[in-house]
Design a protein around this ligand. Sequence first.
Ligand code: NAD
Ligand code: UFG
Length: 349
Amino acid sequence: MAHLLITGGAGFIGSHTALVLLQGGHSLVVLDNFSNSSPEALRRVAELAGLDHDSARLQVIAGDIRSPADLDRALGAAAPGGERVAGVIHFAGLKAVGESVQQPLRYWDVNVNGSRLLVEAMQRHGCRTLVFSSTSTVYGEPQRFPISETCATDPRHPYAQTKLAVEWMLQALETSETGWCIGRLRYFNPVGAHPSGRIGENPLGVPNNLFPFITQVASGQRPLLRIFGDDWPTPDGTGIRDYLHVMDLAEAHGLALDWLMQHQRSLPVLNLGTGRGLSVLEVVQAFETATGRTIPRELVGRRHGDVARLEGCPRLAASTLGWRASRNLEQMCRDGWTWQNANPRGYGG
Ligand code: NAD
Ligand code: UFG
């Protein structure tokens, strides 16, 4: 069991990963500035993990990855048994594609500068094991599917560019200095929630993404889903993505960390997806079947910056980590709906 730092651990993927790691016996420090999350998420993570109210197995630090002092505080926070932080999972960052086009400097500051300051702080504290959240959008608009990790990258917006820049920075770091054990994980589209309905995705304001939009339409918070284009070069004309259950993604982080600690070297860049793409219409239909709710919808034009299809080859993650997404679309829909239904106003409710 290890003592780990999770940056952005109150967010959507971070909170589910924190739960998986606590249930696996690890102790955690979470550093989050709560710019896109709520401390309530971590209170519920502790509750689901069966921790006492003020258990030292989950220490929460409200702070920013761009602050060396906050990073020193987080990396210096020892475990209940006195162990030092042995590894970091780095989720903290900004992730909205459209916003990144409007505010590129903010994205370079938080995603790139923040990551640089984090690894510098790790150097100060002698911690060299890191898992980094990257994205399938670094592939741009590939022509061959499923996308393997050897596919050329073509990041087309500041969000993807900042993520790829960090991948490169980490590669240069491990070349320049021995001892680094780094995992760069390119996620496809995580959706759903923990089956308890206690933690889930908590978008602030109008959701950008398909899944939380569907669940908010299902609960009556929004009148209808707008489908962005039915003229894509796909079988039904709507965009195809590789959706995976957030609990599968959370489990992949536990395995990546175990692998790094056991092998004491870096992982190859890994795609985390299912290998099976689904169109917007297929997702809407599956959601209606799984939940019995009707999703009113209208067709509108394409969303700027979208691509037709993203579908990741999961083979390398399977052969390296022994990981495969095991939960199906019905579970993604059911669990996402359970969360939305029980928490119509997210953690604010
Ligand atoms: P999220 O917004 O729910 O979580 C990110 C967390 O980081 C939030 O809790 C936020 O408050 C925190 N944070 C942001 N800026 C910070 C800062 N400067 N200092 C400290 N904390 C800060 O997002 P998520 O969906 O959980 O994504 C986690 C990571 O995975 C992100 O880096 C994102 O780019 C990446 N990713 C997400 C997706 C996706 O579809 N959700 C896909 C690919 C990659
Ligand atoms: N879509 C709609 N209506 C909506 C929202 C989305 O039709 O209201 C469509 C999109 O056009 C696309 C599909 O649903 O075809 C999925 O869109 P999302 O916004 O849910 O997901 P994206 O693939 O655009 O991007 C997401 C995250 C990124 C992340 C990426 C990884 O926003 O941060 O997945 O693949 F990097």
